[in-house]
Design a protein around this ligand. Sequence first.
Ligand code: ADP
Ligand code: MG
Length: 439
Amino acid sequence: MRGMVPLEGQEVLVELRDVTKTYGREPNVFVAIERVNLRIQAGEFVGMLGPSGSGKSTLLRIIAGLTLPSAGVVLYRGQRLVGVNPHVAIVFQTFALFPWLTVQQNVEVGLQARGVPPEERERRALELIDIVGLDGFESAYPRELSGGMRQKVGFARAMAVEPELLLLDEPFSALDVLSAEALRGELVELWLGHRVPIRAILMVTHSIEEAVLMADRIVVMDKDPGRVVDEVYVDLPYPRHRKDRAFQAMVDRIYAVVAGETEAPPEALGTAPGIPGPTVALPEANMNAVAGLTEELLEAGNREDLPRLAERLNLELDDLLPVVDAAEILGFARVRRGDIALTPLGETFAEASILARKEIAAGRILRIPTIRWIYEELQADPDGRLPSGYFLERLRADFGEYAEEQLSIAIGWGRYAELFSFDDATDELFIEAPVPTPR
Ligand code: ADP
Ligand code: MG
């Protein structure tokens, strides 16, 4: 049965032996990944977590045969991989659909490239379109579809070629929270129900919760150089629920692996440090405290022991952690073995004028899906105003009783960055001023 691991006696699909990938030439060689050993067996859903730049995408490309390793061996079913791997398909964060092709034609693209005859192409495309729940949209064009639906077309296209191994590179992180959660559930159902002939899945994600929700095994990577640092089996039965105690315990355990010695405050669950995932909960920290933290770190020479920092700021460690978390999510700081250090961006932020800080903050917080969603909804509204209940209702689906708290944190951050604000008199959120959407 799927979901019960470790698997014994299953075929090994992929095996990486001491795979290293470097870019550049002497004396400017950059080690993207170093001596990675990894096996993926039939029947496994493997999650891969790691900070940005830890070589996750590089590893996927190597497995797909799109990039050659600089050293080490890639085996597929025991054979050395030569050229593009015909047994895999990749789904990226945003799937490049051809705007001039219909949904069905987009799904058929991969089959056409493999020389599948037209009737067979049509049959398989229609079946997959049905499986991913796009029945009725066969002749629609990408522009007529929501982001979630477009990503479904991407999944259908990848699955149409019947890959043995499906590689997913942060496939949900460009979607709004609700579409992402729906699509996650559908993928798990397809997988568990054997509705597609996929034998194994390797999914890169930034979100610890997403990995725990879906994977049987989680491979944890770190960077400088990119490498595998740990591996955890997720022996929870499906369907998994985020609110379950065992689920939360597993998330905590993986958080501890990912964050070294940082204790996970509950507000920080659902994201790897520094990188917001699709359902990231905002830590209860205000932006002025984050700014204060970066200033204090700058003064301390960019690095400080967390307990000592709490002392300097005259805070309890517990009160400091959400602020530290916010700084990590925004990409201003990183925590390593109880030490916090500013990133180059955090340094820039700490040294910037108030106005420049707001701009930096705006760019960063708009990467957080919840905030981006609020901002885009307000922008789409002709008056740039919407009642808070409108947002709360949808946040409740993800955050339940914490929806109010989340909305109020989001408003605080939005205010700081002058993206949007809250009108007490009318109970509405409104756009502060037109700000160009950063890329
Ligand atoms: P991740 O997906 O974990 O964010 P990547 O695999 O994209 O990491 O990248 C790992 C490291 O390799 C990064 O530091 C990135 O800048 C570097 N890198 C990736 N591709 C190239 C390339 N074609 N040339 C030079 N450096 C690269
Ligand atoms: Mg990547």
